[in-house]
Ligand binder design. Structure first.
Ligand code: ADP
Length: 274
């Protein structure tokens, strides 16, 4: 916590999207929207715009650690949000630095491939993500495609969504939240599984092509709310309302799937609510 401004310090460990819609730029904007002070370590320099991902230059585990160590030495970090972790070596270093420091909140957003199908992590990295990092997670936030690949459960209905969440929770994650942003239904339905059981959170789906970075933004909002001491079950509806406004009030920049408005006038987070 920054004691002068009363802002929790939140760290994102993720990829860099130069178009600003996803990755650490989206995360940092979201942290600011929720009154948190943001830190960031870059795991991969991606080459993308709103239309496609053209490539990625992954950082080494050593370079990732060199970014992280000074931050852990200096700041009292209230929450960590992870996004694109492209290699098993990076994941193992991230897991060991989280284990060595007691971080109250760890939100793990698995980033396996871009919407356009560009692979952002290999199978070896996926094994390490589930065995080394998931056990440290307060919550893991895969979308349906990611949950399908991680759990091996074919998700076609709510029952299968719950079965996939159960399989993923067996890795040791405290909670699993499968997000349903990419389905063709009229509701944006997410399923949470934690120690209390399953819960469904639905909001009206906003019809828009400007949904670049919804997963990163949603996981970052959760990290901030949890850092502020909210429970996961209280945080999910607030994060979903924020996403809905951020899509509805998107700036309409770029020729493809545009970014969100991370400071939508229709949504205001009042830190005084804590
Ligand atoms: P990802 O980017 O990883 O695929 P999702 O889009 O599934 O992530 O989910 C992130 C959050 O945004 C979830 O809470 C989801 O329900 C919500 N969401 C995604 N698209 C929409 C939409 N068009 N309208 C309202 N909420 C949405």
């Amino acid at each position: 916590m920054d004691t002068q401004t009363n802002q929790p310090v939140v760290l994102t460990i993720a990829g860099f999207d130069p178009s600003g819609g996803a990755g650490i730029l989206a995360d940092i904007k979201t942290f600011a929207a929720f009154g948190c002070y943001g830190l960031a370590a870059v795991t991969s320099l991606t080459f993308q715009n709103t239309q496609r991902v053209a490539g990625a230059l992954n950082q080494t585990a050593e370079i990732t650690l060199q970014q992280l160590e000074p931050l852990f030495a200096d700041f009292e970090i209230s929450a960590i949000k992870t996004g694109m972790l492209p290699t098993a070596e990076i994941i193992r270093k991230v897991a060991s630095i989280i284990r060595a420091n007691s971080i109250p909140v760890v939100v793990v957003d698995p980033v396996l491939q871009s919407t356009s199908g560009f692979g952002l992590m290999d199978d070896r990295a996926l094994d390490s993500l589930t065995s080394d990092l998931f056990p440290l997670a307060s919550v893991v936030t895969p979308n349906i495609q990611e949950a399908r690949r991680i759990s091996g459960v074919d998700i076609k209905d709510q029952g299968q969504m719950e079965a996939a969440a159960e399989a993923i929770r067996k890795t040791g994650a405290q909670a699993v939240l499968i997000t349903g942003g990419d389905t063709a239904t009229s509701l944006a339905m997410d399923l949470l599984l934690d120690s209390q059981g399953a819960a469904v959170f639905s909001t009206e789906r906003i019809r828009s092509k400007h949904t670049h970075g919804t997963g990163c933004t949603f996981a970052s909002a959760l990290a901030c709310l949890l850092a502020r001491g909210r429970s996961l079950r209280d945080s999910v509806p607030i994060a979903k309302e924020y996403i809905a406004r951020a899509i509805a009030e998107a700036p309409e920049v770029g020729r493809g799937m545009g970014p969100l408005n991370h400071f939508p006038p229709g949504f205001r987070f009042d830190p005084g609510d804590d």
